[in-house]
Write a protein that binds this ligand. Structure first.
Ligand code: BGC
Length: 516
């Protein structure tokens, strides 16, 4: 096993090979998986604000919304658990599906998982488009959730495994880029379909989810599987040929040897689930739980799900509300490009820290401003200038998220886990993300009703905690080959003590096999 050892000692980043057109194309196709998730995130807020939709499926909600006497204050205008359940049910399904996806991803490969995800999503979009009653609507949402669970479990792992270490961040963020494009596209589509005469525009919005579904289903046919996954399933020569193809060189011995070592270590492990609980995987376990938790506790989905509702609550008009949502959606897409550019140059930590600080400042400013201008009962008035300043602050917050926690929340968990726990780690990441996406979607309107402007201080508080956490507990992972990550943990002031000396490549990976 000397090959792995020697390569690792000189940093491993010296693997031969170039960035091939082949790898870029496969990663772009795979990244479209993010469209599924993004389209969902963006579509439901708009659909649930369409009257014909509410009239058909949730008439009581509509009645209540229109009856001002029933609200405690303006902050409570849209508070309805039933309605939020429509939005959030999908994330519960995704949460459960991600565990099945982890098994499929490991045993049958990344590409089969993507295929299953695309297909489930397609079925969901058809059911939703033709839904005649609430039951069908919810069943459709559950299928969509299964699609999201499978896609989010497999795509980030696929991207991180295909990519050469030096541009792994940028390629992986293709996934987040697709999420943001999906959200924006959904917002624009809602804007258009809301105007369709006859009140069936919501059907078009929901059925158009078929477009990203078809893209991913077809894409998964064309895509090759990753060398890591081919090897994991025992096809050594095929894996080598694939690595040669994606790196554009015959000389892949060093990198291939590391993949073989990682795969052998993985084979000794029968139960990735009990394995990830061992002390030596403590850093990965903790981060695969805390990163998605913190990502959702930034409060981003308050904006993504409810921007139009939030702006309406604050007294923006109908059109202004939708337009503001489109503006913040555009900022989300554009700011993601910043992270693609910086993540492999300046690293993950600096983006997390800068983004965190910017979110803290803008959230506190939003809270103060709403408190001062809009008042405790929400009966104050926002002038035009106030409204513009508020929109600016919200965009500053969205931009900060979009170049930090947004992309890194998917990138970091997918790159820190060694092969033997990678599928399990990613399933935990998706599951925790979905639980808290669900929770925020479910309780936000109630929180806004009860905590009022204090809600923004609540999220700012979390932003402070997560920024401090990153400062102390997240080592830099840029440019480190994915199968050599142990080195990083070993050198860390806190996590180092959990990592046995032998598992660091450059020591002897065989020792790891012995006691795995
Ligand atoms: C998060 C989503 C969020 C989106 C916004 C993603 O990384 O997981 O919850 O809505 O970013 O762009």
């Amino acid at each position: 096993m000397a090959g792995g050892g020697f390569v690792a000692q000189d940093g491993g980043a010296n693997y031969e090979g170039r960035v091939t057109a082949f790898v870029i194309c496969t990663c772009l196709i795979a990244a479209t998986g993010g469209l599924l998730f993004g389209y969902d995130l963006g579509i439901s807020g708009g659909v649930t604000s369409m009257e014909p939709f509410l009239k058909k499926f949730f008439p009581s909600v509509l009645e209540e919304q229109n009856d001002a006497a029933k609200h405690e204050s303006e902050y409570c205008k849209f508070d309805s658990e039933l309605l939020t359940l429509f939005t959030s049910s999908l994330y519960l399904a995704a949460l459960i599906a991600s565990f099945f996806a982890s098994v499929v991803t490991r045993i049958f490969g990344r590409k089969i998982s993507m295929f299953v995800g695309g297909l489930a999503f397609l079925i969901g979009s058809i059911l939703n488009g033709i839904a005649m009653n609430v039951a069908l609507l919810i069943i459709g949402r559950l299928f969509l959730g299964v699609g999201v669970g499978f896609a989010n479990q497999s795509v980030p792992v696929y991207l991180s495994e295909m990519a050469p270490a030096k541009i792994r961040g940028a390629l992986n963020i293709g996934f987040q880029m697709a999420i943001t494009i999906g959200i924006l596209a959904a917002g624009l589509i809602n804007y258009g379909t809301a105007k369709i005469e006859g009140g069936w525009g919501w059907r078009v919005s929901l059925a158009l989810a078929a477009v990203p579904a078809i893209a991913m289903t077809v894409g998964s046919f064309i895509l090759p599987d990753t060398p890591n996954s081919i090897l994991e399933r025992g096809h050594t020569e095929k894996a080598r040929r694939m690595l040669q193809k994606i790196r554009g060189t015959q000389h892949v011995d060093a990198e291939f040897q590391d993949l073989v070592d990682a795969s052998e270590a993985a084979k000794k492990v029968d139960h990735p689930w009990s394995n990830i609980l061992k002390p030596r995987y403590r850093p990965q376990l903790v981060l695969c739980i805390l990163i998605p938790f913190f990502q959702q506790l930034t409060g981003i989905n308050v904006i993504m799900f409810y921007a139009p509702v939030l702006f309406k609550t604050l007294g923006f008009g109908d059109d202004a509300s939708l337009m503001s949502a489109v503006i913040s959606g555009t900022v989300n897409v554009v700011a993601t490009v910043v992270s693609i550019y910086s993540v492999d140059r300046f690293g993950r930590r600096i983006l997390f820290l800068e983004g965190g600080i910017q979110m803290i400042i803008s959230q506190i400013a939003v809270g103060v401003m709403i408190a001062m201008k809009f008042g405790v009962n929400g009966d104050g008035d926002l002038s035009r200038t106030d409204a513009n300043v508020l929109l600016f602050l919200i965009c500053a917050y969205v931009a900060a998220f979009a170049w930090s926690w947004g992309p890194l929340g998917w990138l970091v968990p997918s790159e820190i886990c060694p092969l033997e726990i990678r599928s399990a780690g990613q399933a935990i990441n998706v599951a925790v993300n979905m639980i808290f996406t669900f929770a925020i979607a479910q309780v936000f309107l109630a929180m806004l009703c009860h905590m009022k402007f204090g809600l923004f201080f609540f999220f700012a508080g979390f932003a402070i905690i997560m920024t401090i956490f990153i400062h102390f507990f997240l080592p830099e992972t840029k440019n480190i080959p994915i199968e050599e990550m142990n080195r990083v943990w070993k050198q860390h002031w806190f996590w180092g003590k959990y990592i046995p000396d032998e598992v660091v490549i450059g020591g002897n990976r065989k020792a790891e096999h012995r006691d795995a």
